[in-house]
Design a protein around this ligand. Structure first.
Ligand code: FES
Length: 157
């Protein structure tokens, strides 16, 4: 489905703006919404581009910059922080050879932090694209990354 078809599958009303943006993000391999797409969406729902940008800036799920095929977002809020006894971010940084805010050279993984993703009772938690992973352990984090990377033999560490 083209981006235009996705946009036009929603009523041309600003109430659907967030759903529209998320649907476009899900369709894009590198999870970003370009200036042209922002313009197209703004015209369609009859709001200013600055309004679309302000909605996007509120949600860490959305970006105007190309990211990895898998956008890993580790929750940084207090319940996750105090339950993170092995350091989720450091584990991913070491495994992927990048630091927060970077994308791997192969373009497959980006590493970011996010505010609460609503799973505080199952902390620590992270989101990869639109999927939530909870009750993280070091082994679980590595297994998830290896699975996404398609490691033939599972864990390498
Ligand atoms: S604080 Fe991490 S999911 Fe709520």
């Amino acid at each position: 489905m083209s981006i235009q078809q996705i946009i036009q599958s929603y009523p041309a009303k600003s109430e659907y703006l967030l759903e529209m943006l998320i649907a476009v993000d899900q369709q894009k391999k590198h999870h970003y919404i370009s200036a042209e797409e922002i313009n197209e969406i703004a015209s369609y729902v009859k709001v200013k581009e600055s309004h679309v940008c302000s909605v996007m800036s509120f949600y860490t799920l959305l970006s105007t910059q190309p990211r990895g095929e898998y956008v890993i977002q580790v929750c940084k809020d207090v319940p996750c922080y105090i339950n993170d006894d092995f350091n989720v971010v450091l584990t991913i940084e070491e495994e992927l050879g990048i630091v927060l805010g970077q994308t791997t050279n192969c373009g497959r993984f980006s590493l970011e932090q996010t505010a609460c993703i609503g799973c505080c009772d199952e902390a620590p938690a992270m989101r990869i694209n639109h999927e939530i992973y909870t009750n993280l352990t070091k082994e679980k984090v590595l297994d998830i990354i290896h699975t996404l990377r398609g490691d033939a033999n599972g864990r390498t560490t």
